[in-house]
Design a protein around this ligand. Structure first.
Ligand code: AMP
Ligand code: MG
Length: 368
């Protein structure tokens, strides 16, 4: 299959101007609008289009068409019990795909939509089981990315989309990674530049009481608790990953994001971590392995690895999240075999970063 690749850039000057009340300016050129309309038509005809969002790139199909969902699983090589998130671009569209929504959903939508939050709700009959991996619930998100919104509207309002990577690989945060994984497998790729956040949405389950976070993300438990006025906890299976408890989000049980080399996280005081990683690097080099390190701007000069990547200034969670998946992919591009990472604090957005890093490391962590 020939994959069409188009570049669409939101004109941010216009976005800022319209925020100031100048509403006439065009966010997209006529040519770009025609491209997005064409992408929407591909979806309505049962095809697949990868598109940018503020979190990661999505691999979109018509959420209400079971054949489209089957094609998504095939293109990704994804197990079909792992449900897809349905993306909408207007809050009112939620009513058609859900069977009654709780007050909590309205409160969270008012606070965080459009944005990086996915809500699990009871599904209505129009959503096929192929989209929800056989479940009676549906995951719904209203992304803030303006290309995503325009595309979802052009596609008919309901776009099922997992991340646009081959199953098991890091989610793509730039179009070049989507092309690496999906060229020739889908109809079209919309290149909207680098994703703003770079980690997948927070998933909150509103079908249980109290609500539970099934996947940590940019919207933290504290932010959810503040809006709902009740304590929101994380699914225990996520925190105690080795406990054998099944996670409520089926996707969380799969190995994910892993580079081809082995990744080990080293946690402890700064000097001790640097010394331990360097000791291991030396041994690996003596054994003939190509080595890699994920460090901070402050420590990166201290490591003697073949491939050293900085996650940004120590404590800059936004930078670390933004860079994580491209760093993991770059180790594959450079054939790194033994990789070590410094650890990240768990507060705020850090819970999401450590969740993904631990999965990438197959939960190999050494606490000094
Ligand atoms: P991805 O689209 O690759 O970000 O993965 C979507 C995630 O949402 C996976 O971890 C799914 O298991 C999870 N998910 C989607 N729908 C549901 C649902 N109805 N209930 C629980 N988890 C869901
Ligand atoms: Mg994914």
């Amino acid at each position: 299959m020939d994959t069409e690749i188009v570049k669409i850039e939101v004109n941010n000057d216009v976005v800022n101007a319209s925020a100031l009340g100048e509403k006439d300016a065009a966010i997209f050129s006529e040519e770009e609008k025609a491209c997005i309309a064409h992408a929407g038509e591909i979806i309505r005809n049962g095809g697949l289009v990868a598109f940018p969002t503020e979190t990661v790139y999505g691999l979109g199909g018509d959420a209400l068409n079971p054949e489209s969902s089957k094609k998504i699983y095939a293109a990704k090589g994804r197990p079909s019990d792992n449900p897809l998130i349905v993306h909408i671009a207007d809050f009112n569209d939620i009513y058609k795909i859900t069977a009654g929504i709780p007050e909590t959903a309205v409160k969270l939508a008012n606070a965080f939509w459009p944005g990086p939050l996915t809500m699990i709700l009871p599904k209505s009959d129009v959503v096929p089981k192929e989209t929800t991996g056989g479940l009676d619930t549906v995951a719904v998100r209203f992304p803030s990315d303006l290309v995503a919104q325009e595309f979802i509207r052009a596609a008919g309002g309901y776009v099922a989309a997992p991340s646009a990577n081959i199953s098991g690989r890091p989610s793509p945060t730039e179009a070049k990674y989507v092309i690496q994984d999906m060229d020739g497998r889908i109809d079209m790729i919309i290149d909207g530049g680098e994703n703003e956040i770079g980690l997948e949405s927070t998933i909150v389950d509103l079908t249980i009481n109290p609500p539970q976070v099934l996947r940590p993300g940019f919207i933290t438990n504290e932010m959810l608790s503040d809006v709902l006025n009740e304590k929101v906890e994380t699914d225990r299976a996520i925190i105690e990953a080795d406990s054998g408890i099944a996670p409520r989000a089926p996707g969380m049980k799969y190995r994910h994001y892993a580079p081809k080399g082995t990744l080990t996280i080293i946690e402890g005081e700064r000097e001790a971590v640097v010394a331990e990683i360097n000791r291991r690097l030396e041994a690996d080099k003596a054994d003939g392995f190509k080595t890699g390190v994920i460090a901070s701007d402050e420590t990166i000069e201290e490591y003697a690895a073949d491939v050293c990547k900085s996650s940004g200034k120590a404590g800059d969670q936004f930078a670390a999240a933004h860079r994580l998946y491209s760093i993991l992919r770059s180790f594959d591009d450079e054939n790194a075999e033994k990789i070590y990472s410094e650890s990240f604090a768990l507060d705020g957005f850090g819970a999401a970063i450590m969740n993904r890093l631990l999965k990438a490391a197959g939960h190999q962590i050494v606490r000094l």
